[in-house]
Design a protein around this ligand. Sequence first.
Ligand code: HDD
Length: 716
Amino acid sequence: MANNPHTTSNSGQPNDTDFKTDEHSKSENLEKYRSDATGHDLRTNHGTRIADNHNSLKAGERGPTLLEDFIFREKLNHFDNERIPERIVHARGAAAHGYFQPYDNAAQYSKAGLFQDPGKKTPVFVRFSTVQGARGSNDTVRDVRGFATKFYTDEGNWDLVANNMPVFFIQDAIKFPDFVHAVKPEPHNEIPQGQSAHDTFWDFVSLMPESTHMVLWTMSDRAFPRHYRNMEGFGVHTFRLIDRQGKSRFVKFHWKPLAGTCSLIWDEAQKLWGRDPDFNRRMMWEDIENGDFLEYEFGIQVVEEEDEHKFDFDLLDPTKLIPEEQVPVIPIGKMVLNRNPDNYFAETEQVAFNPAHIVPGIDFSNDPLLQGRLFSYLDTQMLRLGGPNFHEIPINQPVCPFHNNQRDSMHRQTINKGQASYEPNSIDGGWPSETPPGPEHGGFESHYERIDAHKVRARSPSFGDHYSQATLFWNSQTEVEKEHIIAAYTFELSKVQRPWIRERVIKEILPNIDLELARRVGENHGIETPSAKPAPAEELGRSSQQESPALSLMARLPGNIKYRKVAILAADGVDAGQVEALKRKLEAEGAEGKVIAPSMAPLKAADGKPVTPDAMLNGMPSVAVDAVIVPGGSDSVDALARSGLGRYYVQEAYKHLKAIAAVGDGKLLLDAADLPTNEEGVLTGASLDDVFTALRDAMAQHRVWARDPKANDMPA
Ligand code: HDD
C-alpha cells in the first residue's frame, strides 16, 4: 500500500475490500508528509539556495529595500498569511494519536469493521478542547470539554465528536447560533474570555428552560477536569448501530477513563489560569512523552427499537441522558492515546471533525440537534480550511483507498488520472464503481426507516420536560458536590450586571431543579425564593428515578495514586535519605515526587550530599501538584517556615483539599503556616513509614473531602 491512499492506482482489479489497517497505519500515512530539516540547506519554497537570511536586498547599505528581493517577499508573504480562522467554538484544543481495540463482544452490535476483531487495533486521533474561549485562552476555565475522536478505519473515517457531559444546552440546532452568540465574549467589548459568568449567557439560558439540565452540569466540578485522562466522554445524541443482519438498535456512546474521574477545585482552577494556562495540555503532553498513556474504555448503552418509547423522556431529546441504572453501559473496547503530534498546526489545528463522517454499521437518529450538526461541520471546514479539499490535508485523509469523481477547487493535491470524471462511464472501465451494501465491506446504506409525516416547524411535546433530569442530577450529587454547585451559581450570578437576570435565574429556574438549591443561592444574593416549584407541570416533567449514583464524580474516583505528582518541599539542610526514599516509594505506586525548593541552585542536604531541585516554590506551585510532603531536616524546615512562599504552599494545598504530610521536624512548617495537624488528611509522624500509607490512601480519594466545609477559612 502506497502512503497516500488517495493516489493509489486502481488499474486492474481493485483491492479495496482487502484493505486492512493496523495501529500504525495512520502514522505510516503521515510519514510521506513529515519534513525534517536536519542536514539540509536553507532554500526558498521554490528550491533556490539562500545565501543571506539576515539582510534584505537594498539600494545601498542605508537605502530602501528593493521590490526585486524575491527571497524577502516570499518569506514575509508567507508569514503574513500564516493564520487561519480559529474554530467558532472549541477553538482551544490539544490532541494525541493512539489506537482503539474492540473487545470480543463488540461485533454482535455493529457490523462496522473496527468492531469485528479483538486482535485489531484501529488508529485514532483525539482532540480535547474547551468551547467558549479563543485559541489562546486558558485550559482550566469553567466550560464543557470537547472529546472528538477520529477513527481511521478500514472502511473510512468515523468521527465521534463528543463532549465530557452527556447532554446539551438546546434541543434543536436552529438555536445553536443564538446559544453560541450568548455564551461567547460579549459583542461590544469581547469580555469575558473563557467564561460563562456574564449577562448574555445567563440572559439566554434563563429564557430557555431546556438548557437548565446542561447548565447544571457546567456548574458542577465536571467543568474543570484535573486531566483529560480523568474525564468521561459522551456522544450525547442517540445514534444507531446496525448489525450484520441489518438490524438497527439505538445506542448512546460513552468513554470511561480507566484512571477514574476527578476534577480541580474552582479556586485552584482560577489560579491555574495565571500559574499554568496550559495545565491540561501540558500534563497530557508530558505524560505521553513519559510513556504514561491515557486510557479509556469505550461503552455503549443499547436500546432495542421496540423499547424506544418505554422511557419517561424522548430518546431523541439531547437534553436527556439514559440513567445507567436503567440501561447499563456495556464496555466494548479500549482506547489508548500514546503518541504526541509532530506539529500542532498541521495536525491539531487542521484536523476536521464531522459527526456526518460515519461508516457502515453506524447510523444517525432523528435527534434534531444531531441532524443540524450533520450540515454545520462540513460547512465550517470550508471557511476554516479554505475549500472542499480539506480531506486531502494529511491528518484528515482516510487510511483506506478513496476514489471518486469530485475534482479541482483550491489547492487540489491529487493528480487524478483518466479522462472520465463521471459515473457511469465506459472510457475508464467504469471505475470508480459503487459497492452494493452488504454485511461486510459493503457500501453505506442508510437505515431503512419509515417516515410518514407532515412537514412542520414544531417541537415534539415529548421534548417538553425541562427539569426532571436536572433534579435527578442534583439529587445524585454528594454533599460536597452540592456545595460546589451552590458556590458556582453564586459566583457566576455575582458577575451578572442586570438584576432582573439574576432574579430570573434564582426565582424562576433554580427552584424547578431544587428548592433548597434556589434558597441557598438566593440567600447569597439577598433574593427570596418561592416555596413551590414555579414551572408548569409539563415542564417539571417526571423522572421514574430519583437518584443516579453514576452521575456523581465520586462514583469513579481514581482509587490509586498512579500519575499523581507530589511536591517534596526542601531547602538546604533537608534529610536527603528521606527525599530519596520518598521518591522511590512514590515511583513504586506509579506516582512522581518533585523536589520543590526556594531556588534552582542544588541543595546541600544535612549529610552534605547535593539534592537537585525539580522546580522552585513559585515555579511549580501547589496548584500544579496533587499532594505535599515536608521531609525533616531542621535547617530546611526553618528556611521554608520563614519563607512566605513556603508557608503559602502548604496553606494553599490545604485550601484545595490536598493531602499534606510532614516527617519529623517537617511539622514545624505546618505549625508556622497555622495548619491544624490533628485532623484527617494532615499527616505527621516521626518516620516516612508513619505517614506514607495514610498519604497514599488520602490521595487515592483524590482530595480530603471531609475538609471541604472549612477550606475557605484558609486565607491562601
Ligand atoms: Fe459542535 C466543533 C461537540 C453541538 C457546530 N463540536 C465541535 C467540537 C466538538 C463538538 C468536540 C470540536 C471538534 C474539534 O476538536 O475540532 N458540538 C459538540 C457536541 C454537540 C455539539 C457534543 C452536541 C451534542 N456543534 C453542535 C451544534 C452545532 C455545532 C448543534 C451546529 C448546529 N461544532 C460546531 C461547529 C464546530 C464544532 C461550528 C466548530 C469547529 C468545527 O465544528 O470543526 O461546526
